[in-house]
Design a protein around this ligand. Structure first.
Ligand code: PLP
Length: 382
């Protein structure tokens, strides 16, 4: 079912054009109210009960499990950042000398530095797949996977321009070569359907403050079987079996709670964040990522055509996402003037060199994109 614009549930000023959710999402009113509820609880700490530290976390994990098609919520951990999730993964992987860790050209740093440490530790190599002119990303990635590949770690798009990677094919090849598949879903999960059952990654890590509308400082992880008996980054009281029994906490417990629970960040029961995150995921599940993606496609389609006519390069429509995509500006674009022009029209986008990343959601309209095109046109024809 097609969705109407949802601007009314956000609190964005009427006179701004926000095309930069890929950097930071705005909260909608239900998230804001949920955060206030958490703050009120903090004002009255005696209203916080033992179960407040655990039950909302389970509710949240169930919502995320539903979103990414995981049947057991115990495979989900709530964490503070994508880098935390990747570090947990990297710390638990044992490599042989000469093994390869496959990454993508200009991969986001939170999914790179931990791998550099692992490569140094085991004398392994980071193999970077570069974009080859006129070859699909997926082809280059598939060609790079060999018996030497021990880990393939990437997003399901390139975070800077929305180029799609065919994760189903990549997963199949990775499994054929017994390589682990680690997905950074930070720029897609929530706005593009993702199914763990279908893709079968060994881990899925997602920052929570973009397409999942959480506060900055929240993220999610799914950990598969490989990580069932791993070592967490930190040892937190609440991740051990029977931690609900507060009076027995110093009867030190050897056993963790099942599956991914050992990887929960300390103080994961944060009652302000969790309430906001629950409100956010409930709404996303109601909208559905499929419908969000379709909406973004509808409102951006005309602008994409006009931008191409202006000389901007944009990946083919079926090789990129529509909630996030990159534009290579014509060579002669006066970047300083363009930045000033966008700023004076209160249009917010993300710049990287000669590229602009546009990212949109249900609060945007086709009108927002045409304002952007109009602004760019005025600079190019000056
Ligand atoms: C692909 C990708 N991964 C992860 C992140 C965020 O990482 P972290 O949560 O470690 O700050 C971003 C932020 O822009 C990103 O684009």
């Amino acid at each position: 079912m097609a969705l109407q614009n949802q601007k009314h549930i956000f609190d964005l000023p009427e006179d701004i054009t926000y095309l930069n959710i890929a950097s930071q999402s705005p909260a909608f009113k239900a998230i804001y109210e949920a955060g206030l509820e958490g703050l009120k609880q903090k004002n009255r700490p005696y209203t916080i009960t033992g179960s407040d530290y655990f039950e909302p976390v389970v509710t949240l994990k169930k919502l995320f499990a539903e979103l990414v098609d995981v049947s057991d919520y115990n495979r989900i951990a709530t964490i503070p950042s994508a880098s935390y999730g990747i570090a947990t993964v990297a710390n638990n992987i044992v490599l042989q000398e000469g093994d390869e860790i496959l990454v993508i050209e200009e991969q986001f740093p939170s999914n790179y530095y931990s791998w550099k440490n692992v490569a140094d530790k085991y004398n392994a190599t980071i193999k970077t797949v570069n974009k080859i002119e006129k070859e699909l990303w997926t082809t280059s990635i598939l060609n790079a996977i060999t018996d030497k590949t021990a880990v393939v770690t990437l997003g399901n798009i390139h975070w800077s321009n929305g180029s799609l990677f065919d994760l189903k094919a990549i997963s199949k090849k990775a499994k054929q070569h017994k390589a682990l598949l680690i997905i950074d879903g930070s720029q897609t999960v929530g706005a593009l359907p993702f199914s763990v059952k279908e893709i079968q990654p060994d881990a899925l890590i997602c920052a929570g403050y973009k397409w999942l509308f959480g506060p900055y400082g929240c993220a999610y992880a799914y950990y598969g079987k490989y990580f069932d008996n791993g070592k967490p980054i930190e040892e937190n009281w609440s991740n051990r079996l029977d931690s609900e029994n507060f009076s027995g906490l110093t009867n030190y417990q050897e056993v963790y709670k099942p599956l991914a629970n050992r990887y929960q960040v300390g103080e994961s029961g944060n009652f302000i964040y969790i309430k906001m995150q629950i409100a956010a995921l409930q709404q996303i599940l109601e909208w559905t990522p499929k419908v969000i993606q379709a909406y973004c496609k509808t409102i951006s389609a005309e602008a994409v055509k006009e931008l191409r006519v202006l000389g901007c390069e944009i990946e083919a429509d079926d090789q990129r996402t529509h909630h996030l995509f990159g534009i290579k500006l014509p060579e002669n674009t006066d970047l300083d003037t363009l930045k000033k022009e966008l700023s004076s029209n209160a249009i917010f986008v993300s710049f990287r060199g000669n590229y602009i990343r546009l990212s949109c959601h249900l609060y945007n309209t086709a009108e927002d994109f045409s304002k952007f095109v109009h602004c760019l046109t005025s600079v190019l024809v000056k």
